[in-house]
Design a protein around this ligand. Structure first.
Ligand SMILES: *Cc1c(COP(=O)(O)O)cnc(C)c1O
Length: 386
């Protein structure tokens, strides 16, 4: 028998692989499964972006290795988008690097920055890929619980000075997956001060910056001093329904951007240029498709959340993202709740403990199905006796 590396064996099981297996098993048994599990938009990529990609496919120059930071046109479209959306200036030559999805950059960053046993601060519940990447890079994750009483912002005063001194990197993610929490300018300012004091890098994952329903979220980079300490990760995945295309970027601190680029030069050969042309069309074209996307998710949210509350669930109305973070009913664990939802209602959700210890006692619903399916899901949930 061939064995995997010790490094790989240290990883917890990949959260969505387990859920996917259970879902497939239920479908094989003939169940009409409604999947509110994985956060993958069900809406199609907007037509003008598909057309730009189709045209780009025809060009022979795009069939070669893309290599490097990305086309200048793509990086310029990122800079222009940042200017108009966030009033942030970025230098396309040094401060922007394309990524094969933001997961590519988020997971390779620890490998590019950490030495053995360096500490990484991870507020949790969080996207599981951060911790996995730290383990694979030989680092040590220090989890900081995100608590309701702190508005789901990490309380750094709860972290010992020893840990802060060892920290090389901090992951942040607002609007957040799975909680759908938002950050404030004063929070980001305090993070910048702390990063300067303890000399760590800040990696802000802004994948959901455009999926909001009230106030538009801030860019971490719009706060003075941010570029001295950190980078921001962005993606076309959620904003333009392009999860399959793998088009994203990192931007901000030029040293971090270049270090990550150097690592990536040894792993991949860049983002398919036809996909970069589609990404350029997405960022530089009309943003009506984005407000339309927000409208659709808001309708789903405004239907799902009040009905869930009426059925006795304790849930927060998310100000952003397409996730609903719900307390489990009747004192059940996350796994018990997810298992019963699947077995008795054929609904897939994600158990909150998969996002970290503070996620225990919650499940996450992704509003990634049309309203009629959500209505079916609700009528099944309403019938459950907990
Ligand atoms: C969906 C998601 C991303 C985006 O991943 P891509 O690799 O760009 O598709 C990044 N971070 C979080 C927290 C996400 O939920």
């Amino acid at each position: 028998m061939i064995k995997s590396s010790e490094r790989l064996n240290k990883l917890p099981p990949y959260l969505f692989a387990d859920i996917d297996a259970k879902k497939k098993a239920a479908i094989e048994k003939g169940a009409d499964v409604i999947s509110l599990g994985v956060g993958d938009p069900d809406l199609p990529t907007p037509q003008h972006i598909i057309q730009a990609g189709q045209k780009a496919l025809e060009k022979a120059v795009n069939h070669q290795y893309p290599f490097g930071a990305g086309t200048l046109a793509f990086r310029q479209s990122v800079a222009q988008w940042y200017r108009s959306r966030f009033q942030v200036e970025l230098n396309p030559a040094t401060e922007i690097h394309s990524l094969i999805g933001s997961k590519d950059g988020l997971t390779h960053l620890p490998l590019a920055l950490l030495n053995a046993n360096d500490t990484v601060l991870i507020p949790e519940p969080a996207y599981p890929a951060y911790n996995a990447a730290v383990i694979l890079a030989g680092g040590v994750s220090h989890f900081i619980p995100l608590l309701e009483k702190n508005h789901y912002l990490p309380d750094f005063s709860s972290v010992s000075k020893d840990v802060l001194k060892k920290a090389r990197l901090l992951f942040l993610n607002y609007p957040s997956n799975p909680i759908s929490a938002m950050a404030t300018e004063s929070f980001y300012a305090s993070v910048i001060d702390l990063a300067k004091e303890y000399d760590f890098v800040v990696a802000h994952d802004a994948a959901y910056s455009e999926m909001y329903y009230d106030e538009p979220p801030l860019s971490f980079l719009s706060v003075p001093g941010a570029k001295e300490v950190g980078v921001e990760f962005h993606s076309c995945s959620k904003t333009y329904n392009m999860t399959g295309w793998r088009m994203a970027w990192v931007c901000g601190n030029a040293d971090v951007v270049s270090i990550l680029g150097r690592l990536k030069d040894n792993y991949d050969s860049g983002v398919f240029q036809a996909v970069q042309e589609a990404g350029t069309a997405a960022l530089s074209g009309s943003q009506d498709c984005v407000s339309n996307m927000r409208k659709i998710y808001k309708e789903r949210r405004d239907m799902f959340v009040p009905a869930l509350k009426k059925a006795g669930w304790d849930v927060m109305t998310p100000p952003a993202t397409f996730y609903v973070w719900a307390h489990t009913p009747a004192g059940l664990t996350s796994s018990q709740t997810a298992a019963r939802l699947l077995e008795e209602a054929h609904i897939v959700c994600t158990p909150g403990n998969g996002f970290g210890p503070s996620g225990e006692g919650y499940v996450r619903f992704a509003l990634s199905v049309p309203k009629d399916r959500l209505a079916q899901a609700l009528s099944r949930i309403e019938k459950l006796k907990w």
